[in-house]
Design a protein around this ligand. Sequence first.
Ligand SMILES: [Zn+2]
Ligand SMILES: [Zn+2]
Length: 383
Amino acid sequence: MLGMADYYSTLGVSKDANETDIKKAYRKKAQEHHPDKNPGNKEAEKQFKEVQEAYEVLSDPQKRAGFDRYGAAGAGFAGGGQDFGGGGGGQGGAPGFNPNDFGNFADIFESFFGGNGFGGSQQGGSRKKGPERGRDIETEITIKFEEAVFGTVKHLEVTKPMVCAHCSGKGNEPGTKVSTCSQCNGQGQVRVTRQSLLGSISSVQVCSKCEGRGEIPEKVCSVCKGQTRVKQAEEVEVAIPKGIEGGTTIRVKGRGAAGTFGGEYGDLFLHIHVSPHPKFSREGRTIFSVETLPLLQAVLGASVKIDTIHGKVALKVPAGTQPGAEFTLKGKGAPSLKSDAMGDHLVTIQVKVPEKMTRKEKELYEQLATEAGLEVNKGFGIF
Ligand SMILES: [Zn+2]
Ligand SMILES: [Zn+2]
């Protein structure tokens, strides 16, 4: 985390900058610090990431308001939860989860399994304790730019409590008997009566002998020690829909932790990050790129090939195209989660002024200058 990051100064905009200013500043900074333009430059890489993060926050009115009020933490950076596959709000999805707080997968699981994981919680027992649903698990994945546009299928290994295969999640050693608890007669609870000044008060408590289960195994499972679950790695296949954007969370039903005593599995919440593309950037369905044209093509016009996520596309650049001119390539952008229709590709034209030229070229340029009535340096001094 950037801690005391000031996203405004990262992008070089003022606190009252509007959406357009922020977008422009972001595109400029992202180009400038792009890893491909600064190969092996760690500082540029760091700045590039900071620019990405700053933009992710400042381009989202809600996160920006949070940042204005509380700083980076208030932006709930990377928090925007979206729910797939489940319908309704992701239940138990730990709203404050911040993937940046975790270094890697191992850390994540450590923090989830650290505390009250196994064994189930001790709820004030008014009923016999039955199977309990497993916890939700959260993890994150970084996918390629193209994968986010076109969708992909990912296989991840998730380490989590799984049903113990040895006892099939029953908790007793296979082949041994389970008997009804003698203390509670299989009720899982006992009624305790106390005398007080107001008369006798009776209350129901969880049976201490069977811990509310109503049954006592003759011998607990030798693998899970009666916990019914063991920590294991599972390969999970996740279909990542096309048009997804970084910061989105996918809910994969039933791929969280196993429940206890045959309870259903929790869900897996997968936070999506998208790695930057060397050439393209994206906002929703719009993809952006910058293309550099030789001066003469900008002056005279030309049909040029523009790289898009869908391959090269011919663009007719008119004569007299100015540096910074933008052209729209219809339908060459990205789809969204809601629509298969492709957005547009916006290409910004940069013009490359020749630095080196042949004697002949220089003469021709000098003739042009004379024709235009412009005073210029002549001769070969500037080579
Ligand atoms: Zn009991
Ligand atoms: Zn077992």
